[in-house]
Design a protein around this ligand. Structure first.
Ligand code: SF4
Ligand code: SF4
Length: 559
C-alpha cells in the first residue's frame, strides 16, 4: 500500500494502481475518453492530464502509476488550461451534430465540453469531411466524422472478443476507423462497441433515430436470452421497449452482453402477436373471455380428471416464483407428474458469456420443485404417457412446448390442455384454455442463473394488472413500484397477469388455503422452506444478485 494525496485529500491505496484507478476507487472522477477499466491503456485522448508534484510536465492519469507520497492535483490551473486545450483540439473537426445524434444526452464529449471546455473555438477553417453512414457490420453503423479516435472499439474486439476486426487507417486529422479489408464487424458481441464509444460515432442499426435518451426510462433488468442472465437496462418510451443495454455486474457479465440477447430478448414484449386477454376454446375456436370465465373453465375441467391423469410442465423461461407456485398447486391437487422441457442447444456457447442453455431459469425451475422424483416421471415419460393415453390433461406454464416435434405430435391426444402464454405460439393450436401471461418485462420475479446466482427482475412495461394493483396507492409507495414516470400512463396496456398471480387465483378456486399478495412473499417462502435458497430474502438479493447454497449436482441441468 502507498499513501497519496489527491486534491488535498490523503488516501492509502494499493501500489500497483494508476492515478485514474486510485482516484476512481476513492470517488474522484478524472475525465477520460479512451481509458476503460476492462481494456488495456492506450493513453491517446489526453483528457485525463493531471499535475503531480515534482514532475515537470503534466502526466496522463491513466498511464501513471501511483508511488508513495505522490501529491496529485486534478483541478489545478495548469490542468484546467490543458484540459481546455485538449477539448478544443478534439472539437476542431467534430461535426457538432448533436441535434441529430443518437448519443446526445449520454455523450461524454457533450458532457465534458459543457463541464470543462471554454465553449469557444479559435478554428476558422473548413472541418475535415469524412463518410457519415458507414455500415461496419450487420448491427453497427459508423459516422466517421464523429469519431475521436479513442480506440476503445478496436481494443474491445482485440482484447475481449479476440476478433481483431477494426483498425485505424490514414494519419493526422485524416485518420479513419474501418474494418480490416474484406471483413465486417460481425462478432457475437459487436454491439458493445456502441456502449463503449464515448461519442455518437458508433450507433445501433436497430435503435438508430428511434428515441431521444431523455424521453426513455431505464429499468434494471436481466437478459433472458440464455442461462448467463446478463444484467441489463431496459429502455422504455410510451410503454414500449426500444433497446437493451448492459448493466455492470462483476460476477455475471462485467460491462458486456451479446448481440443476440440485446436484440432478441425483448422483441416478443412489443410484438403484434401478444396474447392480450385470456381465451378459451368454443366451437373449435379460441375466443377472448374474461379472467373469471377462463379460470372457471380451467378449474372445472381439471377437477373432472383423476389426479394420475394430469401432468404439468413448468418452464425454464419463467421465474422461480411462477414455477414454485405451479409445483405447489400441483401438490395441492395431488398431481405428481411435473417437469419442464429443457432448451439446450449445442451450437452457440463460448467462454465469454454465451451459454448453450437458451433459457434463463432451468436451474431455478428445478430447484423450486419442477422436477419429477424419478426418471419414470420425467418430461419424456410424460410425453410417452400422453401418447399412450394415460395422461389426459396437461397444464403448461409459459413455454411453447409444441416447437419440439415429438411433443407437437402427442398434444392432439390430450382431452384438456391449459396453457399460460404471452405470445401466440404453436402450443396454442392445441389449447383449450389460454391464460394471457405477462412477460418478464412486465412483472417482478427472480431467475437463478447457470451457476446458482439468484437475480431480481422488475417490471419496465406496465399492464392493466399494474393499474389494478397500484390503483389508489399513495404516491410515496408508487415510487417503490417504479411507477414514477410516463411509462405507467402512456402507450398500449395489455390485460395480462404474472403467472404466479394466475396460479394464485386458480389455487384459491381449487380450495388451497394459501394466497400471496406480492411476488416478494412467494420468494421469501421459497427461501425459508428450501435449503438451497437458505439465507436469501427478496431484499438481500440486491441489484447484483446473490448465490444460492449449492452443490454441483444441484446446478447441473439435466438435458
Ligand atoms: S468509433 Fe468511437 S470507440 Fe471507436 S475509436 Fe472512434 S470514438 Fe473511439
Ligand atoms: S450471453 Fe446470454 S444472458 Fe447474456 S446477453 Fe447474451 S443471451 Fe443474454
Amino acid at each position: 500500500m502507498v499513501k497519496i494525496t489527491i486534491d488535498e485529500k490523503q488516501f492509502e491505496v494499493e501500489n500497483n494502481l494508476t492515478i485514474i484507478q486510485a482516484a476512481r476507487q476513492n470517488g474522484i472522477h478524472i475525465p477520460h475518453f479512451c481509458w476503460h477499466p476492462k481494456l488495456s491503456v492506450s493513453g491517446n485522448c489526453r483528457v485525463c492530464l493531471v499535475e503531480v508534484e515534482k514532475m515537470p510536465k503534466l502526466v496522463i492519469a491513466c498511464a501513471t502509476q501511483v508511488t508513495d507520497g505522490m501529491i496529485i492535483q486534478t483541478n489545478s490551473g495548469r490542468v484546467v488550461k490543458a484540459r481546455n486545450a485538449v477539448l478544443e483540439f478534439i472539437l476542431i473537426n467534430h461535426p457538432l451534430d448533436c441535434p441529430i445524434c443518437d448519443e446526445a444526452g449520454e455523450c461524454k464529449l457533450q458532457d465534458y465540453a459543457y463541464k470543462y471546455s471554454v465553449g469557444e473555438s479559435r478554428f476558422e477553417f473548413d472541418k475535415v469531411r469524412k463518410p457519415k453512414r458507414v455500415e461496419l457490420g450487420p448491427n453497427v453503423m459508423l459516422d466517421t466524422e464523429r469519431c475521436i479516435m479513442c480506440s476503445r472499439c478496436i481494443r474491445f474486439c482485440d482484447e475481449i472478443v479476440n476478433k481483431p476486426q477494426l483498425v485505424f487507417t490514414q494519419r493526422g486529422d485524416h485518420v479513419e476507423l474501418t474494418t480490416f479489408q474484406g471483413q465486417k464487424l460481425d462478432n457475437d458481441y459487436s454491439m458493445n462497441v456502441i456502449d463503449l464509444c464515448p461519442v455518437g460515432a458508433l450507433t445501433s442499426k436497430d435503435f438508430r433515430f428511434k428515441a431521444r435518451v431523455w424521453d426513455m426510462s431505464a429499468t434494471d433488468s436481466v437478459c433472458v436470452g440464455c442461462s448467463r442472465g446478463c444484467n441489463t437496462k431496459m429502455w422504455v418510451r410510451n410503454n414500449e421497449i426500444l433497446r437493451l443495454t448492459p448493466r455492470f455486474n462483476s460476477s455475471v457479465n462485467q460491462y458486456w452482453m451479446c448481440d443476440h440477447g440485446r436484440l432478441n430478448s425483448f422483441k416478443n414484449v412489443n410484438a403484434a402477436n401478444r396474447v392480450n386477454a385470456p381465451m378459451f376454446r368454443k366451437d373449435g375456436m379460441l375466443i377472448d373471455v374474461g379472467w373469471d370465465e377462463a379460470m372457471a373453465r380451467a378449474t372445472s375441467e381439471l377437477k373432472s380428471f383423476k389426479k394420475n391423469e394430469i401432468a404439468a410442465f413448468g418452464s425454464a423461461h419463467s421465474t422461480n416464483e411462477d414455477n414454485y407456485l405451479l409445483a405447489k398447486l400441483m401438490n395441492h391437487m395431488g398431481v405428481h407428474r411435473i417437469d419442464f422441457v429443457p432448451h439446450i442447444e449445442d451450437a452457440k456457447q463460448d467462454s465469454l458469456l454465451i451459454k448453450a442453455d437458451k433459457t434463463p431459469n432451468s436451474t431455478g425451475a428445478r430447484l423450486v420443485g419442477i422436477k419429477s422424483d424419478t426418471d419414470e416421471y420425467s418430461y419424456r415419460a410424460i410425453i410417452d404417457d400422453i401418447r399412450n393415453g394415460k395422461i389426459k390433461a396437461l397444464y403448461v406454464l409459459d413455454d411453447d412446448i409444441a416447437v419440439v416435434p415429438e411433443i407437437a405430435e402427442v398434444l392432439p391426444k390430450l382431452e384438456f390442455l391449459v396453457i399460460h402464454a404471452s405470445n401466440e405460439n404453436q402450443t396454442m393450436k392445441y389449447a383449450d384454455v389460454v391464460f394471457a401471461s405477462s412477460t418478464y418485462a412486465e412483472k417482478h420475479g427472480t431467475f437463478t442463473n447457470f451457476e446458482g446466482r439468484v437475480q431480481k427482475n422488475k417490471p419496465a412495461v406496465s399492464t392493466l394488472e399494474h393499474d389494478r394493483v397500484l390503483d389508489g396507492m399513495p404516491l410515496s409507495r408508487l415510487d417503490r413500484f417504479g411507477a414514477h414516470n410516463d411509462r405507467w400512463t402512456k402507450g398500449i396496456k395489455r390485460d395480462t397477469r404474472a403467472s404466479w398471480r394466475i396460479i394464485n387465483s386458480i389455487a384459491a378456486i381449487l380450495g388451497a388455503k394459501w394466497k400471496y399478495n406480492k411476488c416478494e412473499d412467494v420468494f421469501n417462502e421459497i427461501a425459508s422452506t428450501n435449503s438451497s435458497f437458505y439465507g436469501l430474502t427478496y431484499e438481500n438479493i440486491g441489484v447484483t444478485g446473490a448465490m444460492i447454497q449449492k452443490s454441483q449436482e444441484q446446478v447441473t441441468v439435466r438435458s
